[in-house]
Design a protein around this ligand. Structure first.
Ligand code: FUB
Length: 462
């Protein structure tokens, strides 16, 4: 469990930011995106005004890529991320034995297809499986009951061209593609190797077996008629490089570095999307306390393509991407919608959603850029406690910032026995960072499922 370890990172982030922006009020870090567990191999998907971020899950204390499930987070503004739990795991694939590694999701025919590498128990080799769901949040089931393709290589990336032809790319140490049929779970022709030439993928020195920079983790997409393959380069430590081509199968030309080797993880893994007018680069590093090469965390930066379509060099930051929009505190918000948290964990709630839990005295979560407008009058939260409960402090600007109100949470007789508490609030006007801080005695205090403010009109603003 990732508990009680973020104060140092937060202080470091605050002091680093204060050093570069002394005149501004201290901003708190928003990278890495997830603080509750270790996440890796980000694969973003934009759907209906939200970005869905599919990730791997590094087990705490791992000394290898010990990965049993995938995780999902979504956001409407790139800073407040809703935890959707684990919509797919090794158990989804009865034929898989281990290694829930890097995949990608794509939408077609009203369904969502999740391509992932796992070890095929029968052969002991890495194979690519396909999960399918009717919603981006799952649940995903095994589309085939067997691997889609198997050649011992990893890291599928999926792409549908403008003419409707879909391609699946994958590979380490080689780079492969296959033409997917429109059902997305079968293919035509056979797996084809993309020639790894130094012109196409750069020159690696000192490794005769791997003369080019291409290592793994391709992320293939098309923009303004140009095909991009952004990939993990060189090993180890990896950096992120990219190549472009006039067509989906090449010929590829190496274009340089997207993100240099940084961040305390010897792997990196890229995912790129355009969202609400901006371009976003997702990656992973070892930035959380206890983080490293096998305990990674996903993060995001905003960037702009150069006029010629080239990708600028991008550096890891603790600040992350700027908020794209605001959050409406007058509609019901899931408690697991979080910009930053300390000591907080999430779990599956009895209603099938998620709640935050395992909250102890002083733990808090941050919701960035809540648009309070002319002012909030009350705060309500859905809470449960098998213990004695505690207090839910509504604070503004920081975890010990202005106290706008305090709700008393009673014991409810169970961690999933829910009741709604309401308390008056004052001072919550305009756009502010909201902090929910949990206080009380020792041990676990209470769980929170959702929260909502009412405004000065006494009604929710929609
Ligand atoms: O997460 C396991 C493996 O590490 C991925 O499949 C690679 O891309 C690297 O990130």
């Amino acid at each position: 469990m990732l508990r009680k370890t973020f104060t140092g990172l937060l202080c470091l982030a605050v002091s680093m930011l204060a050093a570069v922006a002394p005149a501004a009020a201290p901003a708190l870090a928003d990278n890495p995106i997830v603080q509750t567990v270790h996440t890796a191999d980000p694969a973003p998907l934009v759907h209906n005004g939200r970005v869905y971020l599919y990730t791997g899950h590094d087990e705490d204390g791992s000394t290898w890529f010990t990965m049993k499930e995938w995780r999902l987070y979504s956001s409407a503004d790139m800073v407040n991320w809703t935890d959707h739990g684990s919509p797919m795991s090794l158990a989804t694939f009865s034929w898989a034995s281990k290694d829930a590694w890097a995949g990608q999701v794509i939408q077609r025919n009203g369904k969502f297809y999740w391509y992932v590498p796992v070890v095929n128990r029968a052969t002991g080799r890495m194979a690519i499986g396909v999960g399918v769901a009717n919603s981006p949040t799952g649940p995903f089931s095994d589309a085939l009951g067997r691997p889609l393709v198997e050649n011992g290589e990893i890291d599928p990336s999926v792409f549908i061209d403008d003419d409707g032809q879909a391609y699946l790319y994958w590979g380490n140490p080689n780079l492969w593609y296959v033409r997917l049929n429109s059902d997305m779970i079968s293919y035509s022709g056979s797996a084809t190797q993309i020639p790894l030439t130094t012109a196409g993928f750069g020159t690696r020195t000192g490794d005769a077996a791997r003369p080019t920079l291409y290592e793994e983790g391709p992320w293939v997409y098309k923009r303004n008629g140009l095909y991009y393959n952004v990939f993990a380069a060189k090993c180890c430590s990896e950096f992120i490089g990219y190549s472009t081509a006039p067509g989906p199968t090449g010929p590829w030309t190496y274009r340089g570095t997207v993100m240099p080797t940084q961040g305390g993880s010897f792997t990196n893994h890229a995912g790129i999307v355009d969202f609400k007018g901006g371009s976003y680069f997702f990656y992973h590093n070892g930035a959380l306390p206890g983080g490293g090469g096998f305990t990674r965390s996903v993060a995001v930066e905003k960037f702009s393509y150069n006029a010629d379509g080239s990708i600028p060099q991008i550096t890891m930051t603790t600040g992350g991407a700027p908020q794209n929009g605001t959050l409406n505190p007058y509609t019901r918000q899931e408690a697991e919608t979080i910009a930053w948290s300390s000591g907080v964990e999430t779990e599956r709630a009895s209603d099938g959603g998620m709640n935050v839990g395992f909250l102890e005295n002083g733990d808090y979560l941050k919701v960035k850029g809540a648009a309070f407008g002319s002012g909030a009058t009350t705060f309500s939260a859905r809470v449960a406690s098998a213990a004695a409960g505690g207090r839910l402090e509504v604070r503004l600007g920081g975890p010990t910032g202005t106290l706008a109100g305090t709700c008393t949470v009673p014991g409810t007789g169970g961690w999933q026995n829910w009741t709604t508490v309401t308390c008056p609030v004052s001072g919550a006007t305009g756009n502010q960072d909201l902090y929910l801080r949990f206080t009380g005695g020792s041990g676990y205090l209470f769980n929170v499922d959702w929260w909502q403010f009412t405004g000065t009109t006494g009604m929710s603003i929609r």
